[in-house]
Design a protein around this ligand. Structure first.
Ligand code: HEC
Ligand code: HEC
Ligand code: HEC
Length: 278
């Protein structure tokens, strides 16, 4: 699925181009063999672990070079070399991204005690980290680790129907806007009904978090105290027919609940879907 070059044709309104032109952004799809190191094929996300191990061992090599501590330097360089070579074994398509000559120069310089030359070679190897990251890191993270909501269902607590996420989402702005319109036009019953349904739909949404999060903290952050405070204040404002306060509390809800959640989940989910679309 990652074989092709992904093209994003983006007509970016903010770009200083003539109206009829559109900017073309070309992204290089990660090699197919990368997927075997990520979930679901690989539970431990071994690619990412190797990367963190690389950063740690690289720091150790750099520190012990500066301290001229040969025994520890040799120990950490062995680990670093092994992990660096592993990149090419795990994803052969990315072998040309590596600089194995500089790695060898580093190993020889350390073995021969030429620490100045070793530091220089380490710096050169470090360039390959940066260049591969520049080209691939963000895209790989979005594609391989971005949240996938396409299979997540939310049970409607009234009808007991299992609904896809998108469908649940499409109902929310209807309720928010209907509430605002009804309040402005003095249709109090409709405004209260919309608020009640909004409360219910947001409560239902809370069941879905545990599909991906093990702890309660994420749910509290988005669907917790702040959200309930806004909904309660909204109810008071509706009762008092204080239209400005209704607007203000709806705004709070939109920022603290909708936008906060979209900032992480929808952004990544949309991007991922966009990139994987045929
Ligand atoms: C051939 C490509 C490639 C090379 C070379 C490479 N990396 Fe990476 N690295 C990646 C990709 C792709 C990711 C993104 C993985 C993800 O987010 O799931 C990554 C992610 C990382 C991360 C995690 C990023 C973060 O902060 O979340 C670290 C740490 C890292 N690399 C360290 C290194 C170091 C140190 C080197 C060089 C010694 C290196 N990498 C060389 C491709 C590469
Ligand atoms: C399909 C998987 C998925 C579902 C379902 C999901 N999340 Fe997340 N969420 C993620 C991912 C991936 C991140 C990115 C950071 C991470 O890995 O924790 C994230 C990050 C977050 C964050 C910011 C980081 C943090 O851990 O504090 C919050 C807050 C959050 N989610 C709340 C929620 C709430 C509330 C729900 C349920 C209404 C929910 N999430 C449902 C995948 C999911
Ligand atoms: C779990 C965190 C979360 C919360 C809270 C949340 N959303 Fe969403 N929203 C999402 C995700 C994820 C998607 C993308 C779903 C998909 O495409 O499968 C989405 C998509 C949407 C969409 C686009 C639907 C479409 O047709 O593609 C709208 C509109 C929307 N949300 C409105 C809202 C409103 C309004 C609120 C607040 C009252 C809200 N959302 C609260 C996570 C959230």
């Amino acid at each position: 699925m990652f074989q092709r070059i992904l093209m994003l044709i983006a007509a970016l309104a903010t770009m200083p181009v003539a109206a009829e032109e559109s900017a073309e952004i070309t992204l290089k799809a990660p090699p197919a063999s990368l997927a075997q190191w990520y979930k679901p094929a690989n539970e431990r996300q071994v690619w990412l672990h190797n990367m963190f191990g690389l950063r740690r061992s690289m720091l150790a090599v750099s520190d012990y070079l500066a301290l001229e501590d040969r025994p520890r330097l040799e120990k950490w360089l062995r680990r670093f070399s092994e992990r660096y070579r592993k990149i090419g074994e795990m994803v052969p398509e990315w072998r040309e991204e590596l600089d194995l000559e500089q790695l060898q120069r580093l190993e020889q310089a350390v073995a021969g005690g030429d620490l100045t030359s070793a530091a220089d070679a380490l710096h050169e190897v470090g360039r390959t980290c940066r260049s591969c990251h520049h080209e691939n890191r963000a895209l790989v993270a979005a594609l391989m680790r971005g949240p996938d909501f396409s299979e997540i269902q939310v049970e409607d607590s009234e009808t007991l129907e299992e609904l896809p996420y998108k469908k649940v989402m499409q109902r929310l702005p209807v309720l928010v806007n209907r509430l605002k319109i009804a309040d402005e036009d003095g249709r109090k019953t409709v405004a209260f009904e919309s608020l009640e349904e909004l409360r219910q739909r947001l409560a239902d949404l809370g069941q879905s978090c545990e599909s991906c999060h093990r702890d309660e903290v994420p749910r509290e952050r988005i669907l917790g105290g702040a959200m309930h405070a806004s909904l309660d204040a909204l109810e008071q404002a509706l009762k008092a027919e204080d239209h400005r306060a209704v607007g203000r509390h709806l705004g709070e809800l939109a920022v603290n609940t909708c936008a906060r959640c979209h900032g992480v989940h929808r952004l990544l989910s949309d991007l991922r879907q966009e990139l994987l679309a045929d």
